[in-house]
Write a new protein. Structure first.
Length: 171
């Protein structure tokens, strides 16, 4: 797919969209508030879904799938819908990430990036809504705090993706 993805070079010069109504996302502050609003809307959507009957059924499937099947729930359909909803949220995050960097590289799809996301979730707490958010803040904050003291921060932190960052460390 060299013609679409540009292969190992990635896609460069991704321009931020102009939303009209005198809202231009080219400035850093306006883009920040745009991302903040989108993140808040996504968080509100997830909150409402988890509090809905659908969300309660998903919690029942998580806790005891066999019991939910016995109660007559189509667990495959519930899990499939949940997968689609999570893919939509991940797609929104990927779009914002591409607009933020202005560049998309195939190295960003490496499985070690998922290790960072899993660490954020484990630190914050599995099965909670606020936990991964607090875990992400703690994990990222720890990374920046340690890196301000040493260039070997990834060894202290135990980062799963330290090799990705090692090329950007100044000697």
């Amino acid at each position: 797919m060299q013609g679409i993805t540009r292969g190992y070079d990635g896609i460069k010069d991704i321009a931020r969209p102009d939303l009209g109504l005198s809202i231009s996302l080219t400035s850093g502050a306006q883009f920040y508030y745009f991302v903040l609003v989108i993140a808040a809307l996504c968080f509100l959507f997830i909150y409402l879904v988890t509090r809905s009957p659908f969300g309660r059924a998903m919690m029942g499937i998580r806790d005891n799938e066999h019991r939910m099947v016995a109660l007559g729930y189509n667990t495959f359909l519930y899990k499939y819908i949940t997968y689609v909803l999570s893919a939509i949220i991940a797609g929104i995050a990927g779009m914002l990430f591409a607009y933020f960097n202005g560049y998309v590289n195939p190295a960003e799809l490496h499985w070690l990036w998922s290790g960072d996301a899993l660490m954020m979730m484990f630190i914050g707490g599995i099965g909670t809504l606020w936990g991964p958010l607090w875990g992400a803040l703690a994990y990222t904050g720890l990374r920046y705090w340690i890196s301000s003291y040493t260039m070997y921060w990834f060894g202290i932190e135990g980062s799963s993706s330290s090799w990705l960052y090692s090329s950007s460390v100044a000697v």
